[in-house]
Ligand binder design. Structure first.
Ligand code: AHG
Length: 331
């Protein structure tokens, strides 16, 4: 890996106790994130902002940059020989590696550009990825991707904000790398990230308050009551509406992030996608000492039943998430 496009990242990975093929895959994903970062940085200069005029399987309008980012990840990784298949929030079905190309044993899942509503307003967005293992040599089906989050071998994201930051875990801590814009090298800037157990900061889209379930309403009401309320402390609220940016803040200084199930559509278990968003972020948060639940259950223990499954998400500082968990058990 010495000729790699990101020598610092390659040196870091050399020291990790993971298979070489996984190291190569992470290098490849980092390269894709670097390319997406460059595209995001150029934006209107390359006429790549705005809607693509198409929709994904979930009926959401696709932005040009959603499609471009998806294409970058597919094209960079398809011929690597490391993968058996890929799946993306932006594609209807799985993408098995074609038979004329070399295959490996890993599955790469991604939300190529999370935070679509922020693309055109120049607010932080990101790529979220998750890597699973499958049986070598067999053609993949959707079932191979339907693994509980605790089976992930790698999870991470690239945040395209004031800096581009690549964050990942291979199951031994969470590490953050800042992209040097001159050398295009990802430099380790934080290792073994730990989320403080207590926090005074919560993140939730308050405009949905009237639809929330009782335990979430109780928790947020108590935060809003401040020093005079049962929590006897003032809370601050943040909501960027890009999960990558909100979770990055939680990893950096603590907090609780919630996109809970609500009563708008009782048949819909939540807004966020289990395989492309909730699982990778939950793996990161748990590796950083936090917790991640859907209300009553740990997200990482959920066995998915479909590729684009949605889930209620409550994650972050341990003591706050535990409290919301208790409120769900109490009802
Ligand atoms: P998308 O997958 O369309 O980019 O959605 C972004 C997600 C997530 O990143 C964020 O936390 C949430 O949707 C924001 O939703 P609201 O606009 O409903 O607040």
């Amino acid at each position: 890996m010495s000729n790699s496009s990101s020598p610092h990242l390659a040196v870091f990975l050399e020291q990790q106790n993971i298979p070489d093929q996984l190291k190569q895959l992470l290098m490849q994903v980092a390269k894709s994130c670097d390319s997406i970062s460059s595209a995001v940085n150029r934006g209107a200069l390359d006429n790549i902002l705005g809607s693509a005029g198409s929709g994904n399987i979930q009926g959401e309008t696709q932005q040009k940059l959603d499609i471009l980012s998806n294409d970058i990840l597919l094209e960079d990784n398809v011929a690597s020989g490391l993968l058996a298949g890929m799946a993306s929030e932006e594609m209807d079905t799985i993408y098995p590696i074609p038979d004329n190309l070399p295959k490996g044993k890993y599955l790469l899942l991604f939300d190529p550009l999370d935070g679509s509503s922020n693309i055109d307003v120049n607010v932080s967005i990101g790529t979220i990825f998750s890597i699973l293992e499958t049986t070598m040599g067999k053609s993949v089906t959707e079932d191979d991707f339907l693994q509980a989050g605790q089976q992930q071998v790698v999870a991470g994201y690239a945040l395209y904000g004031p800096q581009t930051i690549l964050t990942f875990t291979t199951g031994s801590g969470v590490h953050m790398f800042t992209l040097d814009p001159k050398t295009r090298d990802f430099i380790l800037t934080k290792s073994n990230v730990l989320i403080p157990e207590d926090t005074k900061e919560f993140a939730i889209n308050m405009s949905n308050m009237r639809h929330w379930d009782e335990p979430v309403k109780r928790y947020v009401d108590e935060c809003l009551a401040g020093k005079e309320g049962p929590r006897a402390k003032d809370f601050n609220m943040r909501w960027i509406a890009s999960m990558v940016a909100d979770v990055h803040r939680v990893l950096t200084r603590g907090g609780i992030f919630m996109y809970p199930w609500d009563k708008r559509d009782p048949s819909k278990p939540g807004k966020l996608r289990l395989l492309y968003e909730a699982n990778p972020m939950s793996f990161l948060v748990e590796q950083a000492g936090g917790l991640s639940i859907n209300g009553k259950e740990t997200i990482l223990s959920i066995k998915p039943s479909q590729l684009h499954e949605r889930v209620s998400v409550i994650l972050g500082s341990k003591n706050e998430v535990s409290r919301v968990h208790e409120y769900h058990l109490d009802r």
